[in-house]
Design a protein around this ligand. Structure first.
Ligand SMILES: [Fe+2]
Ligand SMILES: [Fe+2]
Length: 267
């Protein structure tokens, strides 16, 4: 299964050894469309927001864990910088600030299932692929360059999307815990982005230039599976359909009278 997944990913990305170019391309948002967060901001209903949170719960309830596999496989200053970012993801010594815990609080406040893998049987393959990708990269030492590329791509693309999520959630009068998770990622990931770019990716390629192709592969594969999920979500929402194969009756957001349930009309 891993071999087939990897073969397909390698066949669908353009490859190369220009890590900076690949990061710039991942960070570039196309005019007129930047995926699910843009849709949620402009047209999303509370039901669609709940669907999005259910999709993301598969990863965010274990946020940073797959990347931790890279730590023993990195050396010196690269390891040190990588761990500094992971330390933030794990709350900087404060359990209530762990990002996985913040997402658990978000799910609880939204009235959703906050158990790890609570929505495993509900999400489509497009969602599972985004999480399987990180685990696959994390489980193999020879894919550590790809895992570093994944981490960098994720941190670099997060701040603009998190900013739109904050606005979307506020427009829906979502509970403050929901807003908090994304607000936390606007500033944190702006810092993480710089550390990842220079002290992790830049320094790693200084130490081991032969890993450039793997780092680029990790960045491009991340972009590929994330765009595929984003297309799945927006295609279903535009058609007035649920993005989850099993239809869910999500809890009503009682503080959001302006957002009607079960309609894709722009409120
Ligand atoms: Fe995070
Ligand atoms: Fe981060």
């Amino acid at each position: 299964m891993e071999r087939r997944f990897l073969d397909r990913l390698r066949a669908e990305v353009s490859g190369g050894a220009d890590a900076e170019g690949a990061l710039a391309s991942a960070a570039h948002e196309p005019d007129g469309g930047a995926g699910a967060s843009k849709y949620l901001l402009e047209h999303g209903t509370w039901d669609q927001m709940c669907e999005f949170l259910a999709h993301r719960s598969i990863y965010h309830l274990k946020e940073a864990d797959p990347h931790a596999w890279a730590i023993p496989r990195l050396e010196g200053s690269v390891k040190c910088a990588f761990v500094a970012v992971e330390y933030d993801e794990y709350g900087g010594g404060r359990p209530e600030r762990m990002h996985a815990r913040l997402f658990e609080d978000l799910l609880r406040a939204a009235g959703l299932d906050h158990q790890y893998l609570g929505y495993l049987d509900d999400v489509p393959p497009e969602t599972l692929a985004t999480v399987n990708l990180m685990s696959l990269f994390g489980l193999h030492r020879n894919l550590r360059g790809a895992l570093v590329g994944h981490f960098a791509a994720a941190e670099i693309t997060t701040p603009p999307a998190a900013r739109r999520m904050v606005s979307a959630l506020k427009r829906m009068n979502a509970p403050s815990e929901c807003v908090h998770f994304y607000a936390e990622h606007i500033e944190a990931d702006a810092v993480h982005e710089q550390v990842l770019r220079h002290d992790v990716v830049g320094a790693l390629l200084g130490q081991e230039p032969n890993l450039a192709g793997d780092v680029v592969f990790g960045i491009q594969a991340t972009e590929l599976v994330e765009n595929r999920l984003s297309d799945h979500l927006t295609r279903h929402w535009r058609a007035g359909a649920s993005s989850l194969p099993a239809v869910h009756d999500f809890p009503v957001n009682r503080t959001a009278p302006a957002v009607s349930r079960g309609t894709s009309a722009d409120p």
